[in-house]
Design a protein around this ligand. Sequence first.
Ligand code: KIV
Length: 272
Amino acid sequence: MSVAKKQVKRVTTHILQGMKNEGQPISMITAYDYSMARIFDDAGIDVILVGDSASNVMAGHETTLPITLDQMIYHAQSVVRGVKRALIVVDLPFGTYQGDSKKALKSAIRIMKESGAHAVKLEGGEMILDSISRILKAGVPVMGHLGLTPQSIYKFGTYTVRAKEEAEAAQLIKDAQLLEQAGCFGIVLEKIPAELGKLASETLKIPTIGIGAGKHADGQVLVSHDLLGITKEFNPRFLRRYLDLYGEVKGAVEQYITDVKKRDFPSEKEQY
Ligand code: KIV
């Protein structure tokens, strides 16, 4: 007798839109490998972002700029293997979409074909609208990213809060509306005043996902290594740490080293 497998209902961009319409907050987290993605999916996360923050937390670079398309595809493939329910969004890395919409489409198609992910994310508004429109016309769902866009860090000069001035705030709302009109299914808003996050979320029909954008965004995203306390030095105000995994892992490995040195490990029971 065959045992019927429990069907898991996949989160789609349409489901996210329904969540916004019904006022249900959307949960999103970054993942870069199979094992973590599997745990996050099992916990019930709605969206997994294969962020180019992999450049920082996985590869140890100072910025997100060095990570390549091949490396993003490798991370995305690993995440896809671990996930049954969450929608998987992958960042297009720096240099693979800016200023050349044909190149942008090729990059997005490589991600979709080679990783099996469900959508891509690009940083920027009006300036990259050509790239976004071309990708959308090919049937690839696109998520926008406005406010602090880490791929432009050398233009900004610092990682401080963006759009505090009226002109930049007005440009952000204009950009957000352009992304919505183009057909993006959602927009990440990073490190902007909470009032602006509220205004953007009320102005747009599509969901906003905040990271340091206040409580009125339609959803929240955090970098998993920050949330879990693996990164130690990064302490922005918006970050809530749910674990001190750095301390936990260090303590466990210290104990293991001690046990090996004392010949306490392996014990009689742990050998053949
Ligand atoms: O790359 C990333 O992790 C991101 C989040 C900060 C939203 O883009």
